[in-house]
Design a protein around this ligand. Structure first.
Ligand code: WQD
Length: 344
């Protein structure tokens, strides 16, 4: 009997890649997604990659009665992977109430049904934004969590606190919070990737859209940081490597290997790369020129952050080892595939 895993936000960027890995590792998956930031066609693509069509429930997690009904219809769920959340940093500054409402009510509803339906395990999609601008690099899981620099980042911090307190009070629930650094790239099939809805905020989709001619030029936000080439440094992690870490976390929970009922892992490569490092590597990997110009710093950006991945490597038996060139090529192939579909 396959173990059932509920994946909220499972038609999204990281969610869809995780559903593929879960299916390919023998799990049965049920996706809950309200499609506000993804497309239902992703289900066809997951089926094309894996040969299996995941169960799909189309509703908003903030609707508790719908969530309870769903849990009635799918008994014996062994774990939940919770991706569904609003995640645009800048937008969260303009619309804090939407972000606190959506991201926190969905987390609270999820924990309520886990208690009600005795769903024992939770993997949470968290973020390195909880660390703000760290005093020391690389960042470990014991680095201080700093006041968030956006409502989005704050919802990740508060969600972790809600999980921690609930798990301390409620018998039978264990959780792992995965703090992502910068997810990039796409599945090697180029059938799933980061859907470009609107103007990309993140670096790599902006690079691929500039390379394919949709954007005039890449704006490099600041070259006066205290870094080797002056541009911001981040830890860019391949999305498939990231997805595989979720399978490892689920297995750790199901096999009762956790050392505490609430664990946290940094998911990165352990390497810091500058904006210009990424641009140059993209050009080398794809043969495509990227026009760029230096602009002033983007408000809210930190200078440098990259992960100490020792704990995840040791405890999850997992390592992000896809070469950056391969990841950037996958992002480029995805970009070309989307445009091909749009021109059909
Ligand atoms: C990366 C670097 C920019 C765009 C965000 C969220 C974080 C996580 C990952 C969810 C920075 C520079 C970017 C551009 C640029 N998401 N840049 N020109 O801000 O590190 O993190 O996405 O969990 O929570 O905050 O990612 O890709 O926006 O920026 O120069 O057009 O690229 O200044 O140095 P960021 P990013």
């Amino acid at each position: 009997m396959k173990k059932k895993v509920l994946v909220t936000g499972g038609t999204g960027f990281i969610g869809s890649h995780t559903v593929v890995e879960l299916l390919q590792n023998g799990f049965e998956t049920i996706i809950i997604d309200d499609l506000r930031n993804s497309q239902v066609e992703v289900l066809d693509r997951i089926q094309k990659i894996t040969g299996i069509r995941p169960s799909f429930e189309n509703f908003d997690l903030c609707d508790l009665p719908k969530l309870q009904d769903c849990c009635h219809r799918y008994p014996d769920i062994q774990a939940v992977v919770h991706f569904a959340a609003l995640k645009a940093v800048g937008e969260s500054v303009e619309k804090p109430l939407e972000y606190y409402g959506n991201n926190l009510i969905s987390m609270i509803n999820l924990l309520q049904v886990m208690r009600e339906f005795k769903i024992p395990n939770l993997v949470f999609s968290s973020s390195c934004t909880v660390y703000g601008q760290p005093d020391l690099l690389p960042v470990t899981e014991h680095s201080p969590v700093k006041p968030a620099n956006s409502p989005y980042g704050n919802t990740k911090q508060i969600s972790e606190e809600i999980m921690r307190d609930t798990i301390a009070a409620v018998e039978g629930i264990k959780a792992i919070s995965l703090r992502y650094f910068n997810p990039i790239g796409a599945h090697e099939s180029a059938l799933i990737g980061e859907l470009p809805l609107g103007t990309p905020l993140n670096l790599v989709p902006y690079i691929t859209q500039t390379a394919i001619g949709i954007r005039e030029e890449l704006r490099v936000f600041g070259n006066d940081y205290d870094t080797p080439d002056g541009t911001g440094i981040r830890d860019y992690i391949d999305v498939v490597d990231l997805a595989r870490a979720h399978v490892k976390a689920i297995e750790r929970l199901l096999n009762n290997k956790t050392k505490k009922n609430f664990e946290v892992f940094n998911l990165g490569t352990g390497k810091g790369l500058s904006v210009l490092d990424v641009v140059k590597t993209f050009e080398k990997a794809t043969g495509q020129k990227v026009n760029y110009k230096i602009y002033p710093r983007r408000p809210g950006d930190i200078s440098s952050v990259y992960a100490d991945t020792t704990l995840a490597n040791q405890e999850l038996g997992w390592k992000a080892d896809t070469p950056l060139e391969k990841t950037l090529l996958s992002a480029w192939n995805w970009e070309k595939n989307i445009r091909k579909k749009q021109n059909q």
